[in-house]
Write a protein that binds this ligand. Structure first.
Ligand SMILES: O=c1[nH]cnc2c1ncn2[C@@H]1O[C@H](CO)[C@@H](O)[C@H]1O
Ligand SMILES: [Zn+2]
Length: 364
């Protein structure tokens, strides 16, 4: 019998993982940002030195506020205005995730941010899907399995949610698995987009909503009870509805109970929350409490470029902070797979044929 390996980054990279919340325009390789700026004539980068550029994104995003964090996306979106650029970024995204041991990923982006040079929204979606297909193929050629789906975001501060929802439904059979709203939360409640959410529900389409990140319970409540969100992007502020006694006994308010009882998945992104000020540090992150109370917690990257992270590094940071072992990491992974916007039979197959066998030798 070989000894069970310790929960280190190196070993975490080898076990199957599932990612539900990752932004395509927040996860480019720094060298790709620099090369695409050169190729497409984008002149706005703060530096063209690749090492400095990676550092710049992490530091600029380390701002303590969601609004200044989001300013960094001007540069990634700036270099993603052509079909070739979108294909490349999506293909590299699939490959990078596969190399990190991610077996299923839902990657999101807002098509409306890539039309500055004349691409149509449909052309954007088709280029991104082509890129993911290429990336999955290239990963498979290297012996790495990954399946991807995309989520189309509408930006809260624009008024295009209905249009984007219609595109999400139209492309549902070609890899678009759902819809989301992203962007600044304060001042832009999800109920501004009620028509779009009603349209999606009428068409039996899936959606998640960024809520409970920079703004509190009201945003979560609206997302679930008015809009009908199936999952919550972040949702960490649900802890505002939980009171803890000095001995650790927790008392859940009605919204927290509803979220837990209905098993509403929380797409938690620990490093991103520290950067935007939604959590003071990884060790202080509400994920510790939420996992202990058995909320449907999933672990995500949000923006790998801005946070300099991967799913594996997020797992490793949580294992360090909270002492999580392989059983906990499997629990996060199965939670995520159960919560995916993918057909039930495919979710079950990935759980039984890929995830459980991947962790089994570590749980003996
Ligand atoms: O954590 C976040 N909260 C809200 N919006 C975000 C977050 N991360 C990225 N984006 C926004 O989503 C857009 C589409 O991918 C990005 O351009 C960025 O503006
Ligand atoms: Zn996000």
């Amino acid at each position: 019998m070989s000894a069970i390996p310790p929960v280190t980054l190196e070993h975490i990279r080898r076990v199957p993982k599932v990612l539900l919340h990752d932004h395509l325009d927040g996860s480019l390789r720094p060298e790709t940002v620099a090369e695409l700026a050169d190729a497409t004539g984008y002149r706005g980068l703060p530096t063209t030195d690749v090492g400095e550029l990676g550092r710049w994104f992490r530091e600029a995003a380390d701002s303590g506020s969601l609004v200044s964090y989001l300013e960094t996306f001007a540069h990634t979106c700036g270099v993603m205005q052509t079909e070739d650029a979108l294909v490349r970024v999506a293909a590299e995204c699939a490959e990078d995730l596969a190399d990190d041991g991610v077996v299923y990923a839902e990657v999101r982006y807002a098509p409306e941010l890539f039309v500055e040079r004349g691409l149509t929204l449909d052309a954007v979606v088709e280029a991104v899907q082509e890129g993911f297909a290429q990336g999955e193929r290239r990963a498979a050629e290297r012996g790495k399995f990954i399946r991807t789906g995309t989520l189309l975001c509408a930006m809260r501060q624009h008024a295009r949610a209905q249009e984007i929802a219609e595109i999400a439904v139209r492309y549902r059979d070609t890899g678009v698995v759902g819809f989301d709203i992203a962007g600044p939360e304060a001042g832009f409640p999800p109920t501004r987009n009620l028509d779009a959410f009603e349209y999606l529900r009428t068409n039996n389409a899936h959606f998640t909503i960024h809520a409970g990140e920079a703004f509190g319970l009201a945003s979560i409540w609206e997302a679930i009870q008015h809009c009908g969100a199936e999952r919550l992007g972040h949702g960490v502020r649900i802890v505002d509805d939980i009171k803890s006694d000095p001995d650790g006994t927790a008392h859940l308010g009605p919204l927290a109970s509803y979220v837990r009882d209905r098993r509403i998945p929380l797409e938690i992104c620990p490093s991103s929350n520290v950067q935007t000020g939604a959590a003071a540090s990884i060790a202080d992150h509400p994920i510790g409490l939420l996992a202990r109370l058995h909320f449907r917690v999933t672990v995500n990257t949000d923006n790998r470029l801005m946070s300099g992270c991967t799913v594996s590094s997020e797992f490793a940071a949580l294992a360090d902070a909270f002492g999580y072992g392989w059983a906990d990491l499997q629990w996060f992974t199965i939670n995520a797979m159960k919560s995916a916007f993918l057909d039930f039979d495919l979710r079950l197959a990935l759980i039984n044929n890929v995830i459980k066998p991947g962790y089994a030798p570590l749980l003996a």
